[in-house]
Design a binder for this molecule. Structure first.
Ligand SMILES: [Zn+2]
Length: 407
């Protein structure tokens, strides 16, 4: 078993050790007789750092537990290190301090949820940019979140000692631990946030709550096993708040508003967009109606029907379709073969109810010929054609064909 120095001192960033074994496969890895490197476990991420031997400096990129109780250090590249060689280990202290802040914050926050609302933490997750706890509950209110955040920060401000002590399993059952450990070990390592929280944990923690700095609760969402609450602590809280503020400031500048007025301004803008969209639809409808009337007036009857053939570059498929509908509603004997080139080449075929053609079938025929996709009903059909398709020619051919058809 590796002697785990972090159990006794979370602030030990430098240590000396001897190489126990070194291997190249599957990844370059070192096992030492003792280490201050923390392996990923209990929700806390592993440390990184360096292991040096003479002039060789190896970058430690990942640290993990082995099944037989050893700690394995994965390094970028392995130099020949025989068992017994003395090495020096150096932990990336910025990363470790951040992990201690997040992990200790989790103890305090989980205890705050229990004390205030009797909500128990069932799991803890630490990611590179935020952490989260899952609470065993079917409901979580904004008030519960804010009061737990408040209490946790008060405990931080009180700068309470965080002690580590070891007790045997039997004694532990009498102490009222928040978190009942699942391991079979006889000795339990307890983390004692003075008069606030007592739980068994093998992680690295601050020595006083003030070192956590602060806790900021973020997103809360319903998950399968309860409610997930995201949080950031210490300098992460500061950098997260800074990023939020920058985002909000940029948004406020777009509205020329104070940051606190952004929601109100955004709501106002959305209302305006909705209203303008409605107005635009009404105007488009009126315009289509007027254009349809003009087109019908301009078009002479041939074989008892008005055949309207047009290609538009300034109206999209929906506007073209609207025009086709107006044409066939305003006149009892209209047949419209319309095309638009904006933004893609599309066709709309329509006829007044009772006219003899089959627009859906006609569209399918054209699509088969041009390699497009489309179809529709007997009176209205639409389709998209490749940009290379000669729209003018197609429409002219169809016009000739339908003009000849007396029935
Ligand atoms: Zn812990």
């Amino acid at each position: 078993m590796t002697d785990r120095l972090y159990y006794h001192d979370s602030f030990l960033y430098n240590f000396d050790a001897a190489v126990e074994s070194a291997s190249e496969t599957p990844r370059p890895a070192l096992i030492l007789d003792r280490t201050a490197f923390y392996p990923t476990s209990g929700g806390q991420l592993h440390d990184t750092g360096w292991i040096t031997s003479g002039s060789d400096k190896l970058r430690v990129t990942e640290v993990a537990d082995t099944e037989d109780g050893k700690v394995v250090h994965y390094v970028e590249a392995l130099k020949p290190l025989a068992p017994g060689i003395r090495v020096h280990g150096e932990i990336d202290s910025t990363r470790r301090r951040d992990h201690m802040q997040q992990h200790s914050a989790q103890h305090v926050l989980s205890a705050a949820f229990v004390r205030l609302h009797n909500l128990h933490t069932v799991s803890f997750h630490m990611a590179d940019d935020y952490c989260s706890i899952d609470l065993d509950t079917s409901a979580l209110t904004k008030e519960q979140i804010e009061s737990a955040e408040r209490l946790a920060n008060e405990v931080i401000l009180e700068n309470r000692p965080v002690d580590v002590r070891y007790v045997d399993r039997e004694e532990a059952t009498t102490l009222g631990l928040r978190k009942v450990p699942t391991t079979e070990r006889d000795q339990l390592r307890l983390i004692d946030v003075r008069d606030f929280d007592l739980s068994a944990c093998g992680g690295t923690h601050v020595s006083r709550t003030g070192q956590i700095g602060c806790i900021l609760l973020r997103k809360a969402e319903k998950v399968r096993q309860g409610w997930r609450v995201e949080f950031v602590a210490g300098l992460r809280a500061v950098s997260t708040a800074r990023r939020d503020f920058t985002t909000l400031t940029e948004t406020a500048a777009l509205f020329s508003a104070h940051i606190y007025d952004v929601p109100q301004q955004a709501r106002k803008s959305l209302d305006e967009i909705r209203s303008l969209r409605k107005q635009r639809e009404e105007v488009q409808d009126d315009l289509a109606q007027a254009q349809a009337a003009t087109l019908l007036a301009e078009t002479p009857e041939t074989n008892g029907r008005k055949l309207i053939v047009r290609t538009f570059s300034d109206r999209d498929l929906n506007a073209t379709k609207l025009l086709a509908q107006k044409l066939t509603r305003l006149s009892p004997n209209a047949v419209a073969l319309l095309a638009t080139t904006s933004p893609q080449q599309s066709l709309i075929f329509a006829q007044s109810p009772g006219q003899p053609f089959d627009m859906g079938a006609l569209m399918k025929e054209v699509m088969a010929k041009l390699g497009g996709r489309g179809g529709g009903s007997k009176d209205l059909a639409q389709g998209g054609v490749p940009a290379s398709a000669p729209l003018g020619e197609i429409l002219e051919d169809l016009k000739q064909m339908l003009s000849k058809d007396k029935e």
